[in-house]
Design a protein around this ligand. Structure first.
Ligand SMILES: [Zn+2]
Length: 197
């Protein structure tokens, strides 16, 4: 299996930070993506980041990179997770919403939905449920280009809220970073074991 880790946004993407500026989504997602990739490689998995650049890379370019790899190694041998932080307001103020969620495209395959469920289950195990309702299906279907326009199983994770004070404190702590990393590593490993034997 080729495990692709995407991090949304770039240093030049506007907004996408905590109201106090301590957390910037582009930097946080890159740090977690690197941790996830490094841990998976340490366990012998073939993991790679889709975006090496600090600048924003257009969604169409990121999707093409993923699909080129699908073409090269076979779509059935690839999976993709895109790492983000959620936001309730986008108005530069603190908000109440907390916690993790797992997202797939409207055209998601059964495998995409399954991977999303593994991720949400793992987030609950790591205590990252926050104060949000977990939908029965344990994924939220949305029109997301990174999921919609890529050929392999693809999930986008929203890792807590960058505009909730408690979430930001947790996200920026070593404990929080280890939990968010573990959500991805554990879910991906379990998913591969169960679906690819
Ligand atoms: Zn994002």
């Amino acid at each position: 299996m080729k495990i692709l880790i995407d991090n949304g946004h770039g240093v030049n993407t506007k907004g996408k930070q905590s109201p106090d500026g301590r957390l910037r989504e582009y930097a946080y997602a890159r740090e977690i993506a690197t941790r996830v990739m490094t841990e998976l490689r340490g366990m012998g998995y073939n993991a790679e980041r889709v975006v090496e650049e600090e600048q924003d890379v257009a969604l169409s370019v990121r999707c093409k990179r993923v699909n080129d790899i699908c073409k090269k190694v076979g779509t059935k041998n690839v999976l993709l997770v895109s790492i983000h932080n959620n936001a309730a307001g986008g108005d530069g103020k603190w908000h109440e919403a907390r916690g993790f969620s797992s997202h797939v495209g409207m055209n998601a395959s059964a495998k995409s939905k399954a991977l999303a469920q593994y991720l949400w289950n793992e987030a609950i195990l790591q205590g990252l449920k926050g104060n949000r309702c977990v939908p029965y299906a344990k994924y939220i279907a949305q029109n997301l280009a990174i999921c919609r326009d890529t050929n392999c199983p693809a999930v986008l994770t929203e890792n807590l809220f960058q505009d909730n004070k408690e979430d930001v404190d947790l996200l920026l702590s070593e404990e929080g970073k280890e939990k968010v990393t573990a959500v991805h590593v554990n879910a991906i490993v379990e998913f591969i074991k169960d679906y690819y034997g």
